[in-house]
Write a protein that binds this ligand. Structure first.
Ligand code: FPP
Length: 246
C-alpha cells in the first residue's frame, strides 16, 4: 500500500444513517415518521455528494439484524423502500446516478426484489455517482459470502487454497470494483461500526456525529469532508515516511 496523502474529497463515503427513531420521538411521532424524514435526508446526501465530486456513496438502509425489529416497523420500512424506488429512480437516472443494492437480496419478497433489480439495470450505464444501498446487509455476511465463493472456485479446481490472499478474497467482496472506502460516517451519536462494511472499513477514516440522520444536511456533509481532508492517512507507516512521499 503506497498511497499516502488523502485526496481532499473522499472518493467513496459510507454512512450509517442512525437516529430516525429519536428524531421522530422528539416530535411525538411514530418511528415510521422518522424513517420517512430519513428518506428525504438520503436525497439531500446524494445531491450533496454529486456537488462535492464524490464518486461513490454507500448507505446502510437495513441491516441483517434489522429484521428483528417490530413487524410493523419492518413493514413500514419495506413500504418506504418500495415508494422510494417508484418515486425516485427516474430522477436519479436523469441525474446520472448508478444504483446498486448490496446484501442478501433473497431475504426480500419477490416484488421488492424485482424493483431493486429493475432500478439497477435501468441505471447501469450511469457514471456521475455510484450509490449503493445496503439492505439485509452485514459485514460478516459479506465476508462469509466471499469466502464461500472462494471455496467454490477451489472445489471447481480453478483456484488453489494457497492462492487465496487478501487481494484474491477482496475480488468477491461487495463493492470490490469501486474506489476504496475513504470516509465512514455514522450519525446519531453512537461510536460503533455495527457490522457494516467490516472488510472495506480497514483503512477508512471514521467520523462520528451526534446529528440525527434526518437533520444531516449538506453543511453536515461538508463538515465531515473538511474533517477528512485534515487527516493524515499513514497505512501503517510513520508520519515522516508520509511527509517524504511525493
Ligand atoms: C436507523 O435509525 C435507521 C434505519 C434502521 C433505517 C434507515 C432507513 C432510512 C434512512 C430510510 C430511507 C432509505 C432509503 C434508501 C430510501 P434508528 O431507527 O435506529 O433510529 P434510533 O437509533 O433513533 O432509534
Amino acid at each position: 500500500m503506497t498511497k499516502a496523502k488523502a485526496p481532499q474529497v473522499p472518493r467513496h463515503i459510507a454512512i450509517v444513517m442512525d437516529g430516525n427513531g429519536r428524531w421522530a420521538r422528539a416530535r411525538h411521532r411514530p418511528r415510521s415518521f422518522g424513517h420517512n424524514a430519513g428518506r428525504k435526508a438520503v436525497r439531500v446526501a446524494i445531491e450533496s455528494c454529486m456537488r462535492e465530486g464524490v464518486q461513490a456513496l454507500t448507505l446502510f438502509a437495513f441491516s441483517s439484524e434489522n429484521w428483528q425489529r417490530p413487524q410493523d416497523e419492518v413493514g413500514a420500512l419495506m413500504g418506504l423502500f418500495v415508494r422510494a424506488l417508484d418515486k425516485e429512480v427516474d430522477e436519479l437516472h436523469t441525474n446520472g446516478v448508478r444504483l446498486r443494492f448490496i446484501g442478501d437480496l433473497n431475504a426480500f419478497d419477490e416484488p421488492l426484489r424485482r424493483r431493486m433489480q429493475a432500478s439497477m439495470t435501468r441505471t447501469a450505464s450511469n457514471e456521475r455517482l455510484q450509490v449503493n444501498i445496503a439492505v439485509s446487509y452485514g459485514g460478516r455476511w459479506d465476508i462469509v459470502q466471499a469466502s464461500r465463493q472462494a471455496a467454490e472456485a477451489v472445489a471447481r479446481g480453478e483456484l488453489r487454497t494457497d492462492e487465496i490472499d487478501e487481494a484474491r478474497l477482496n475480488q468477491w467482496m461487495s463493492l470490490a470494483d469501486l474506489p476504496p472506502l475513504d470516509l465512514f460516517i455514522r450519525t446519531g451519536g453512537e461510536c460503533r461500526i455495527s457490522n457494516f462494511l467490516l472488510w472495506q472499513v480497514a483503512y477508512a477514516e471514521l467520523y462520528f456525529t451526534d446529528t440525527l440522520w434526518p437533520d444531516f444536511d449538506q453543511a453536515c456533509l461538508r463538515r465531515a469532508i473538511e474533517d477528512y481532508a485534515r487527516r493524515e492517512r499513514r497505512y501503517g507507516r510513520t508520519g515522516e515516511q508520509i511527509a517524504a512521499t511525493p
